[in-house]
Design a protein around this ligand. Structure first.
Ligand code: ASN
Length: 314
């Protein structure tokens, strides 16, 4: 099987001044994941590493750069899933760790559970030797400014949710195994303790070797109502291509519950899609040693893998 990776840096509105950083962030994550796959690494390792790279990148709403909750704190959700055996691990409302996706993988591999939250997740992280970092280290100047703006009495609660920025990855490895990973700071100025779609299996992501893998981004409450990730795979089971299945599911979410979002998909035969109903979504794919990437609807730029490695300074 020829390996494929697809990553996203969140659906929503990407401000002009952040376009280059967002583009480069998804490209670097895709290159990193593909390098792992090319060396015979697993889809699981590829998606985890690709997402961890974007968690460390302040351009995205995940890890460092996460949006703040109503109290001005970072609370993060993440999920990872292995298509081979349907194992998955997730964390929700976690604070003070750099890479929630790595903790989600530990939940999958070291516990009998699938989702740990808040204080319990924090205790588990400690027990696993995951370093605790000051919450301040995850907060960028931009996220603090936005938080303060959103607290102003005349702020528009809907406007501030258009700049979403969750990160995710899906991959298929040379053995034909698929995996997905998604990580987010959630919605800006959310209530303390709000858990979004990202931590919920079938909503923020799903991976099944019998069909494929998908990772989602967008308005979490809408995504949960239609169980977006699993809905896409259902449509693929009924014979649709990844692209048709994505568009059908996104359209359902828009018409039934008025929610916008974006998705990335890889099928178990290596076909892929990156689709969104928002204005923009940064995404990148590597397949057959060729990089594809874009931000705007219909945009699909391309470069060879080797050329991209050089231009991104790998
Ligand atoms: N940026 C996002 O995609 C937000 C995420 N889906 C959430 O609602 O938590």
């Amino acid at each position: 099987m020829k390996p494929v990776i697809v990553v996203h840096g969140g659906a929503g509105r990407i401000f002009k001044e952040r376009e280059d950083g967002s583009r480069s962030g998804v490209i670097r994550a895709a290159l990193k994941g593909y390098s792992i796959l090319k060396q015979g690494g697993s889809a699981l390792d590829a998606v985890e590493q690709a997402v961890a790279l974007m968690e460390d990148d302040p351009h995205f709403n995940a890890g460092c750069g996460s949006v703040l909750n109503q109290k001005g704190e970072v609370e993060m959700d993440a999920i990872i899933m292995d298509g081979k055996n349907l194992a998955s691990g997730a964390v929700s409302a976690v604070k003070c760790i750099a890479n929630p996706i790595k903790l989600a993988r530990l939940v999958m591999e070291k516990t009998e559970h699938m989702l740990l939250t808040d204080y319990g997740a924090q205790c588990f992280a400690k027990a696993m030797g995951v370093p605790e970092i000051p919450g301040e280290k995850l907060i960028t100047e931009r996220s603090r400014e936005r938080w303060m703006k959103n607290l102003e009495p005349d702020s528009n609660p809907h406007k501030f949710q258009t700049d979403l920025g969750t990160v995710g990855a899906v991959a298929i490895d040379s053995e034909g195994n698929v995996a997905c990973a998604t990580s987010t700071g959630g919605l800006a100025n959310k209530l303390v303790g709000r858990v979004g779609d990202t931590a919920c299996i079938g909503s923020g992501g799903y991976a099944d070797n019998h069909v494929g893998a998908t990772s989602t981004t967008g308005h979490g409450e809408s995504i949960m109502k239609v169980v977006l990730a699993r809905l896409i795979l259902y449509h693929m089971e009924q014979g649709m291509s990844p692209e048709e299945a994505s568009d059908t599911a996104l359209n359902c979410m828009k018409t039934r519950v008025g929610g916008l979002g974006g998705v990335i998909v890889v099928s178990n035969s290596g076909d892929w899609a990156a689709r969104f109903s928002t204005k923009q979504m940064s995404w990148a794919t590597v397949k057959d040693d060729q990089l594809y990437y874009g931000i705007y609807t219909g945009e699909r730029l391309t470069k060879s893998f080797e050329e991209a490695l050089t231009s991104e300074g790998f």
